[in-house]
Design a protein. Sequence first.
Length: 561
Amino acid sequence: MRSLKLTLSFMLLFSILWPAVVTEAKDSVKVGKITAVSGKSEVKKSGGTKKFNAFKGMAITQGDTIITGNDGQISLDLDANKEVTIGASTTLTISQLVESAKALGGKTSLKLQNGQVLIKVKKKLEGDSRFEIETPTAIMGVMGTEFFVSVNSQGNVVLNNGIGNNGDYLGVLEGTVHVVSTIDPTLIERMITASQQLIMENQQWIESQLSLNALPQFALEQHLKYLNEEDVLEFESAKKKIEQLLEQIKAAIPVHSSPPIPTIPPQINYDLSSSAPLDMTRPTPPTRPTPTPTPEPTSTPTPEPTATPTLEPTPTPSPVPTPEPTPNPLGAPELDQQEFREHIYDYLVRDNEIVLPFTAPLFFNIADDTNPNAARDGVSVTLNQSEDKLDLGEVYIRENKLHIQLRESLPYSSFVQIKVNGGLLKNALSGGEVQEEDQLIADGGFTYKGMITPSYFNHTGPIGEGEAPEFIIYSLGYDVGEIRYHYEYSEGVPSPLEDTDYVLDRNGENTFVLKLTPEFLNGLFPEPYIVTIPLVRIEDTENGPVEVVVDNLQIRLSLLF
């Protein structure tokens, strides 16, 4: 009897709890990440109107819009299996980006207002998983594939850096894409398979064999990268043909000028399913015969007064662009100023080591290799326009980079000048030239100071789980101290953030990623705030280790609810 009562009690308890157990789990928002940026590229966060400069590592969530300029390009990972490469002059909105309780692959929906994207879904989607991209004329759904979509702001496809046709364009490189019209329900749905292309022209779908000429340079380069990653023997012929086409495209674009609008070449068929060589040479167009005109009967003309001929101006010949000189692989190494400036925090390893990138692989040009100080003697580091040189430690080479170690730490906020004497380095390739001229940092040098980006966060309305901002802290190897915040116009003491208010992850030796939680931000009053992130170092004193603040980096929060 006791056993029966226990059984009945357990059944009653289970019947009460069961609805909570079987309650359907809700979808949760995912976070994508920008993996590469070039040119002018911006992101408009969900619910906002302000555009932020895109940067590598920037989080992308549902509702964000990505805008690239004429020279912009962005690579984006939506998750481990979905990659999007965004070309120039493109506007793309992340309409949906969620993890689904029912769909292991999640649900992703993109809206392409104008521009060009190459999409790679590495694994076949299963169950309720979904990946769609919407254009002004169609919705395209995929399971597992690689494909290219292009549409301009007038609803016109843009092919091969300028060739135009009316409508959207879809080129399928791998897998299958399901296409449904959004402007004419009478049009039959299409399944476009690998090596096929589809053009929506004058509200008509035109399906044909895929032409590589329809793909712009960035899509060809990215597709070639994917083929190289596959390392499949049957792709070798296709890869060689893509490389040839890329060379033709690059050779056709003059230096420092806008690319001309080319004429449409004969279509080149492209079939990945076959290992047969692909003929990508452009055939010579046939010569059209000139018809012989039928002679007209001669009539005796009435004499007319002779008119004075009007002189036509001689047309000004179009200037021929100077071809870009081919880089000499054996040329003398030069300091890569642009690379150093654009990625300076990658080369300031810590407060006692600086790395200089060069344009060629390096080797020391030292005749007396018995002199241990020869490399150090060829480099000088000075501070704040002083002629006093800092004491250097080891100076060594790694591929095309010169590593300079200091015996003492660089003072924070100091202005650093570096000089590499002429004759110290040479091109490491056999027969390579010697660096004859002194190499100096452009603009006289650089200021040794940390940075946080972005330095502000503006938001209207409650902040969802996927909308929490991320900030990149370039710490120069210093640690991050106690993070505090205060109302911008308050003179009171800033309050420290609790451990639950933020997440701080180290990303390499001299970089941190700071993420403020939605719970913290939603708990603030709708006012402007300042978040202070101290950079600190530990110094040994007679009384033990002491934390010394070298700088206070700040973020401005502007919240409206």
